[in-house]
Write a protein that binds this ligand. Structure first.
Ligand code: ADP
Length: 610
């Protein structure tokens, strides 16, 4: 129960916050596309006034004039002027909405997305591992445009209805102040409209987790990345069954809330149609036909505008609920934008020629974890030195290189560059001193050139080709019709090329050879390569990274032989350190692991020859 209440509290936001979030969304548009805002609201006011003048007001004027047969000239003048103003005004507004408005829309979308992207690039990696935070980020990214537009439309809808309400109420007041009593009735029935809207939101809220599951199941059927698993075994049957269960749950939710919605909807509809509209109609018809003290034009206006007043009031109530819905979402965007990255810039300058990274008594624990992933690590990496980081899965190798890249800050101890704690250096400058390839590297749907340089700047072909050669993939690329300008992946280009995982890994490795940074980090750069390709790759790597500080993680210990120093990690600690020869002589865990792997290779070669 307490949990339920807490959840409810989390979901509700104050009216003040709703207003503040609405202003925040409107301000994003105002800052980036003020012309759009001005034109949007101007159009609403314009069409609102024109609509009123040419429908309601003109009707009254024409019919009353016809009845009294007085002032025909001024009626004609009024209609002609209204016609001219309409022709000119609509020409300008239509042009704006068909042409420049598209440009304006892009302006605020890119402004809003730019805000999110800039923030996303700054937040620490840990945020991506925090489901609550990540969820907010994904939602913010996917929906920001839509939600800003909807806030805008709700504001505009409100303005439109207020204009219509004011104009129609004024006219009714002029005709007969008693008519306002009928106009006010919808406010009373508005309570039921509010209840109906609330029931709808409750229903949609209850549906959300189920709909999320439905979307997930859909993704597993249409995304290529699931295609293999879906074809092996009968996973797809299980997921289809899931889908059916979800639809049954949705049906139950609708059944639960639908009754309330129907009842409230019914009460307010009867209230509007019977009491307000028919009531006012009877009153006006009585005065026109029985007591004969109301002009026919006035009577027609009453018949026409009482319905419009009722609906406007209803719409305003709906708009208020819309503001609240959008404000919930914008709350997530603001949470994300207001988040202060834990990995912050320091104010010391980067050394001109970085030389040594030093790790001192470093311990680190992932958020929510029960144990330290790294315990009292001491090590250093100099320019010109190659370190192999080895150890079983989960021993902490990747975590250690992430600390070196300052993707996380240590829980205890420090990482320093030439004596300066890296927390005192600007993050981007510090990370700029590294090039890295990770196990889960990604090839982008772009040209080979862009995939190597990872930038849009013009680069020398020669440098790219050299990097590709060093990564051992140039022969393959040179065989493509467009060479290094070939687009990788066929997602957006029929003439694109798909590479095998091993080939793609080589392209990602070329990135390291291309950027001449003082330090290089390779997290299992050869995991997708066969043993021969791996050996060649390591040889090339040693040559290409001459003079740079390299730290590489590899499961195949044959590569560790090529390193100046080997660090063995076990359970978050460095337990052995030295050259390959020293560690073999020590005859500890490393030596045992090395021998076991060598036997395996020998074994497979023997069986391969059989
Ligand atoms: P290795 O690279 O040697 O395989 P890792 O550095 O990936 O090892 O992992 C070290 C330990 O930290 C493991 O126990 C792993 O489960 C844990 N770990 C890794 N990443 C995370 C994470 N994002 N959140 C929580 N624990 C993690």
């Amino acid at each position: 129960m307490a949990k339920k209440e807490k959840k409810k509290k989390e979901k509700d936001i104050s009216t003040k916050r709703v207003a503040s979030n609405t202003l925040f969304a409107l301000n994003i548009v105002w800052e980036s596309a003020p012309l759009y805002v001005i034109m949007y609201f101007f159009s609403t006011v314009w069409w609102g006034i024109m609509g009123f003048l040419s429908e309601t007001y003109a009707l009254r004027l024409v019919v009353n004039t016809a009845q009294t047969a007085q002032g025909i000239d001024s009626v004609i003048r009024f209609v002609v002027i209204l016609g001219i103003v309409n022709i000119l005004g609509n020409a300008g507004l239509n042009y704006f909405w068909q042409v420049p408005s598209w440009r304006e829309t892009r302006k605020f979308t890119s402004h809003a997305e730019g805000m999110l992207f800039r923030k996303a690039a700054k937040v620490e990696l840990a945020c991506y591992e925090n489901p609550k935070f990540y969820d907010k980020y994904v939602k913010a990214m996917n929906e920001i445009h839509n939600r800003i537009m909807r806030t805008f439309e709700a504001t505009d809808g409100m303005l439109d209805k207020i204009i219509s309400l004011t104009a129609n109420s004024l006219l009714l007041f002029v005709i007969d102040p008693w008519l306002l009593v009928f106009a006010m009735l919808p406010m009373v029935f508005g309570i039921f409209k509010r209840k109906e809207v609330k029931a709808l939101y409750d229903q949609e809220d209850a549906k959300k987790p189920v709909v999320r599951r439905v979307e997930y199941v859909r993704r597993t059927f249409y995304l290529g990345e699931y295609a293999k698993e879906m074809r092996v075994g009968s996973m797809w049957r299980l997921l289809l069954r899931d889908l059916v269960t979800c639809y049954e749950q949705i049906r139950d939710i609708i059944k639960k809330h639908g009754g309330r919605r129907a009842l409230f909807g019914y009460i307010q509809q009867v209230g509007l149609e019977v009491f307000t509209i028919l009531g006012a109609t009877l009153y006006a018809v009585w005065r026109t036909m029985v007591t004969k003290d109301m002009l026919v034009g006035d009577c027609l206006v009453v018949l026409g505008s009482i319905g419009s007043i009722s609906r406007s009031i209803n719409n305003v109530i709906q708009n208020l609920a819309d503001f609240r819905e959008q404000a919930h979402f914008i709350n997530d965007v603001r949470y994300f934008l207001d988040y202060e990255p834990a990995i912050a810039d320091g104010d010391r300058e980067m050394p001109a020629e970085p030389d040594t990274i030093e790790v001192r008594d470093l311990s680190f624990r992932y958020e929510g974890a029960e144990q330290d992933a790294l315990k009292h690590i001491n090590m250093s990496l100099h320019k010109g030195e190659r370190i192999a980081l080895v150890g079983a899965n989960g021993s902490g190798k990747t975590t250690l290189v992430k600390m070196l890249l300052r993707l996380y800050d240590p829980s205890d101890g420090s990482v320093s560059l030439d004596g300066t704690d890296v927390r005192d250096l600007p993050v981007a400058d510090y990370r700029g001193a590294f090039s890295s390839v990770f196990q889960d590297f990604k090839i982008l749907s772009a040209t080979v050139r862009q995939n190597v340089t990872l930038s849009t700047e013009k680069a020398e072909d020669e440098a790219i080709i050299t990097a590709l050669k060093e990564a051992g993939i140039y022969d393959k690329i040179a065989g493509f019709e467009k060479g290094i300008d070939t687009v990788l992946t066929r997602e957006f280009d029929d003439k694109g090329e798909n590479l095998s995982v091993g080939e793609a890994q080589k392209v990602s490795l070329a990135r390291v050879f291309y950027r001449n940074t003082p330090f290089v980090i390779l997290d299992e750069p050869s995991s997708a390569l066969d043993p021969i390709a791996e050996y060649t790759m390591f040889e090339n790597m040693m040559r290409a990274t001459e003079g740079r500080g390299v730290i590489f993680i590899s499961h195949r210990l044959s590569s560790a032989v090529l390193a100046d120093r080997v660090l063995l990690m076990e359970n978050g600690e460095i337990t052995e350190s030295g050259t390959h020869a020293e560690l073999m002589e020590k005859n500890g865990t490393y030596a045992a692991m090395f021998r076991r792997q060598a036997e395996n290779y020998l074994g497979s070669e023997v069986s391969g020859n059989e």
